[in-house]
Ligand binder design. Sequence first.
Ligand SMILES: NC(=O)c1ccc[n+]([C@@H]2O[C@H](COP(=O)([O-])OP(=O)(O)OC[C@H]3O[C@@H](n4cnc5c(N)ncnc54)[C@H](O)[C@@H]3O)[C@@H](O)[C@H]2O)c1
Length: 265
Amino acid sequence: MGRLDGKVAIVTGAGQGAGRGIALAMAKEGAAIVIAEINQATGGSTATEIAGLGLGGKAYAALCDVTRKADIDNVVAETISRFGAIDILVNNAQQFMMPTRLEETGEDVWESCHTSGPLAHFRLMQGCFPHMKAKGGKIINLASGAALRGDKYLSAYAAAKGAVIALSKTAANEWAKYKINVNVICPMVVSEAMKASIGTPHDFYTPLVTGCPLGRGGDAETDIGRCAVFLASPDADYITACVLNVDGGAADLSPLDLAKAGFLS
Ligand SMILES: NC(=O)c1ccc[n+]([C@@H]2O[C@H](COP(=O)([O-])OP(=O)(O)OC[C@H]3O[C@@H](n4cnc5c(N)ncnc54)[C@H](O)[C@@H]3O)[C@@H](O)[C@H]2O)c1
């Protein structure tokens, strides 16, 4: 028996990285997964992987650009029509930015970080709310140590993640009476993008991993995915408005210096 048997989860950006790890971990605990992903190929491959687990796992890959409200409305409607419920929402998709000095950061970067992050989360939370209101639900939003530390040269991204934390706490406060728990994970995860950067001038992996107290990057499924399963399960019924750093200690104990890491001249 799985800890999420009979539950239905929407996971955005589940084609790779933390989203994929969360989708796999939740599917292994019995949840049906709707993968809301802008990349049709990777979204489809996560759905195929879940079907191939041999656990009877149900998964559907919806082509969705979370910056588009119409796509979000479609994902919510499609989830209800296929699975009849939404119990869990994981807002994971987020566009990143190349490290840039604040004074040189364009408004297009600000807009892309905020439209794909807090605005998309806000819309998805609003869309899922009517389906959670009567019976409760679990919402997990992905933020970042960049917001907690105020990482240099990531102004738009860090601000977007700060907004995600504030939005999550407000929703936790307003929706507690409906038994909707809203929590935040700040991960450090060895994603495809991070691995691809090793040895390049934009190596994110080495400074983060060597700087973090636990000395390794997080595994998308066993580290991040398992924490998301916990927050989505009845074991976390008494936890809301919590910001959980799943990052080897990086947010609290190791300042990330992107200039020293060679990102800026
Ligand atoms: N990797 C880390 O160490 C780290 C650190 C702190 C925070 N985070 C946060 O954790 C989350 C996952 O990070 P990751 O490294 O696994 O990301 P990633 O870049 O590896 O994967 C992101 C996924 O989201 C999808 N996506 C991007 N834009 C989208 C859009 N507009 N609509 C739908 N899907 C879209 C991508 O196709 C991809 O599959 C993000 O919110 C990220 O900001 C990651």
